[in-house]
Design a protein around this ligand. Structure first.
Ligand SMILES: Nc1nc2cc(Br)ccc2s1
Length: 248
């Protein structure tokens, strides 16, 4: 997978050089290119924003630099291919595990994290005439810019790429993963020592009875989901619980 990111703070994307994403890049599983939007400005002040038409607070990101940046990115990718443009925005569709899975299946993603009050709408409209566009929100809160959202989305997507996570089984038990864990949060996990500050590990996990352990883990996941995410539980049908249990 190729990933391009255009930002006025390219240094914000430094974390893409380390850990899971960094290792995937070193192994050639990911080809990441970070671009400074100001490279497509032509004035001495390298201007990327201006006051909003219609008035209102803050500044809006000018269309010209973004248009030229996307032209350049399109020209750098595989011949005849276009990226899926991913626009982090509080007003986008929820970025969920399902959307991460969908985007993990694309060969080329281009991220355009905004700052200020956002990007002139015409940039997105014009881009949509030449590539798929996904406007996605990582949550119901407003950040100072989209770079943090890009880090979240790239990590969530990269870990789903074949071979990136050491243990291919890890995906199966992810919270929100399709199948048995859909609409479920992961339950508690434990490791050595068996006793720590007077607290022991649940006996069931030491029993070696893998069927009962799987059942216990699902009950814990259900309880955690019930406690923290009633919205997910509302999507369960009673019969599904038993069915999901059989799938475990
Ligand atoms: N939750 C989010 N907040 C923001 C703010 C800006 Br400015 C750009 C993108 C995003 S995504």
């Amino acid at each position: 997978m190729r990933i391009d990111v255009v930002s006025i703070f390219p240094e914000y994307l430094e974390p893409l050089n380390i850990s899971l994403v960094g290792k995937a890049r070193a192994r050639g599983q990911l080809d990441v290119h970070v671009h400074d939007l100001r490279g497509w400005t032509h004035d001495v002040h390298r201007t990327v924003d201006d006051s909003p038409y219609g008035g209102g607070p803050g500044m809006v990101m000018k269309p010209e630099p973004w248009g030229e940046a996307l032209d350049a990115v399109l020209g750098q990718g595989p011949e005849g291919e276009v990226p899926t443009l991913v626009v982090p925005t509080p007003s986008g569709r929820p970025f969920t595990q399902e959307l991460a899975q969908e985007l993990a299946g694309r060969p080329w993603l281009a991220f355009t994290p905004a700052r200020y009050e956002g990007i002139d709408r015409r940039v997105i409209e014009e881009a949509a005439t030449r590539m798929p566009v996904v406007e996605a929100s990582i949550g119901d809160y407003v950040l100072a810019g989209g770079e943090v959202a890009v880090l979240v989305m790239v990590e969530a997507i990269a870990r789903l790429l074949p071979g990136v996570l050491g243990n291919a089984e890890s995906h199966r038990d992810d919270s929100f993963a399709p199948g048995a864990m859909a609409d479920l949060l992961e339950g508690p996990v434990y490791t050595k020592p068996a006793e720590w500050r007077g607290r022991t590990v649940p006996d069931i996990l030491l029993s070696g009875n893998h069927g009962r352990i799987a059942r216990w883990r699902r009950e814990q996941a259900f309880a955690r989901t019930l406690a923290n995410r009633a919205d997910l539980v509302a999507r369960w049908r009673h019969a599904d619980f038993d069915k999901k249990d059989r799938e475990a």
